[in-house]
Write a protein that binds this ligand. Structure first.
Ligand SMILES: *Cc1c(COP(=O)(O)O)cnc(C)c1O
Length: 465
């Protein structure tokens, strides 16, 4: 039988890490830490207690009852990998900042490229976040197509427009359909009318996880000779499940079509079980590396090999982030039937169960989820849009405030017109409406989805109305 390690035993592994790193340190000879670096034990215990108490004011991100934002603690193996490397604190801006973690970065980036079926010699690196990774993609797009417009779906992440603004590039927002997917007719019209250089597609948007029609958009963009960037910061790891029963055929095919894109972003700090500080950008064509060329007088002196700092807009980056991802993928590989795949499948299952459990209740699903985010709203058939808005907010507050059964949700602002498509009888007395949103990114949520929905229904039937 395989002996498994439960998260609770992390403490003993951290002690082991401490021992290993101390042994490594003593190889170089013991020395006295300078007195200026010593701290007062009493002050430390007092400050630490305050620190821990303040941190305890967080929402319980780890718990299945927390179904609000895209938040969960990293896997214990990632914590172990991170803390161990952090004791050394390598900097992956250049090979000599940390040769081992720089090598690990290349290995994990290759694994991610392989997951998307990108060519063997594609180029990529880790970044501090999805936003920076998207900035890199848009930077390369601008260098490849100077003076051309970047087209972005209206339901795409808000940082694309912000980063295009940083780069001084114009943005064209392309209308989305009522499910939040880019509208291909509108896209084609803009491709015909405007000088578009790059189209940004989303492989699972942050709002409700909608996956754009990537396959057809790829065809369209190749007809017009336009670059494609896919933002799969949140949804990228679901690519592992393409071709399995966990995903619909449509979503499978869209995620497989990412392999045709010029660049893709994925966030290991979302579904890759990593602590914050780990995004990734991949470019199909390694020749785009030329846009990064810069001369630095003092950094890259140990090798003629490619330095990660030469293909990154950022300078300092945590070697510990690469190390943590490397160690995690040794234990939980990028595979459909073991490691990360089954974890992702359970998250999808949780969302499907949540969606199904809403049927015949006073809550109505926004629609069958593409990935693991569910939208829903109080079903007030003949009411006003503002009533749905207020009832959503009331349920959001009541469920969190419950002393016995708290459930943590989030709200999402949607266009009233998209609500009207679902409830034609509703009167649109305001432009936007809040609905409820649950991100089910913890595999434990699959077995409690129905009971959580029951609890929410209880709140609707008692407190909220
Ligand atoms: C999270 C997310 C981003 C932003 O990434 P950060 O890592 O939060 O900077 C961009 N796009 C999508 C689709 C995301 O889910």
């Amino acid at each position: 039988m395989v002996e498994t390690v439960a998260p609770q035993t992390l403490g003993s592994w951290l002690k082991e890490a401490d021992r290993c790193i101390s042994t490594w340190e003593s190889r170089w000879g013991v020395f006295e830490t300078h007195p200026s670096l010593r701290v007062d034990h009493q002050v430390l215990s007092e400050a630490y207690e305050i620190y821990v108490n303040r941190l305890a004011e967080n929402y319980p991100f780890f718990h299945p009852r927390y179904a609000g934002q895209m938040l969960k603690p990293p896997h214990p193996v990632a914590i172990l990998g991170y803390v161990t490397a952090m004791r050394i604190n390598p900097n992956n801006h250049a090979l000599d900042g940390g040769p081992p973690t720089a090598a690990m970065e290349k290995e994990v980036v290759d694994k991610l490229a392989k997951m998307f079926n990108f060519p063997e010699h594609s180029l990529g690196h880790l970044t501090t976040s999805g936003t920076i990774a998207n900035l890199e993609a848009l930077f390369v797009s601008r260098q490849e197509n100077p003076d051309k417009i970047i087209a972005v779906g209206s339901a795409a992440h808000y940082t694309h427009a912000r980063m295009a603004n940083v780069l001084g590039v114009s943005v064209e927002h392309i209308q989305s359909d009522p499910d939040g997917r880019i509208d291909l007719n509108c896209l084609e019209e803009q491709l015909r009318l405007k000088d578009i250089g790059t189209v940004v597609l989303t492989g699972g948007n942050t709002g409700l996880g909608a996956v754009d029609p990537i396959q057809e958009a790829v065809q369209l963009c190749s007809q017009y000779g336009v670059r494609i960037h896919v933002d799969a910061a949140y949804g990228g790891f679901f690519r592992l499940l393409a071709g399995t029963d966990s995903l619909s055929d449509r979503v499978s095919n869209e995620l497989e079509a990412i392999e045709e894109a010029d660049s893709v972003v994925i966030d290991p700090h979302k579904h890759g079980l990593q602590p914050y500080g780990c995004g990734c950008i991949l470019f199909r064509d390694p020749k785009v590396g030329r846009h990064y060329v810069h001369e630095s007088p003092y950094t890259y002196f140990t090798s003629d090999e490619l330095h990660l700092g030469e293909i990154s807009l950022e300078c300092s980056r945590a070697g510990a982030a690469a190390g943590a991802l490397w160690l995690t993928l040794e234990l939980l590989p990028l595979a459909s039937n073991r490691g990360l795949g089954p974890i992702m499948a359970m998250c999808l299952d949780a969302a499907q169960r949540w969606h199904a459990a809403l049927e015949d209740t006073p809550l109505r699903s926004w629609g069958k989820p593409d990935l693991d985010i569910v939208g829903y709203f109080p079903d007030i058939e003949t009411g006003l849009a503002s009533e749905i808005d207020q009832a959503s907010q009331a349920l959001f507050e009541a469920s969190m405030a419950s002393s016995t059964d708290p459930i943590f949700l989030s709200t999402l602002r949607v266009n009233s017109k998209d609500l009207h498509m679902r409830m034609p009888s509703i009167t649109l007395d305001q432009q936007y409406v809040r609905i409820l949103r649950s991100v089910l990114m913890k595999p434990e949520q699959a077995s409690v989805a129905e009971s959580i929905v029951d609890t929410l229904v209880g709140f609707v039937e008692s407190d909220v109305r």
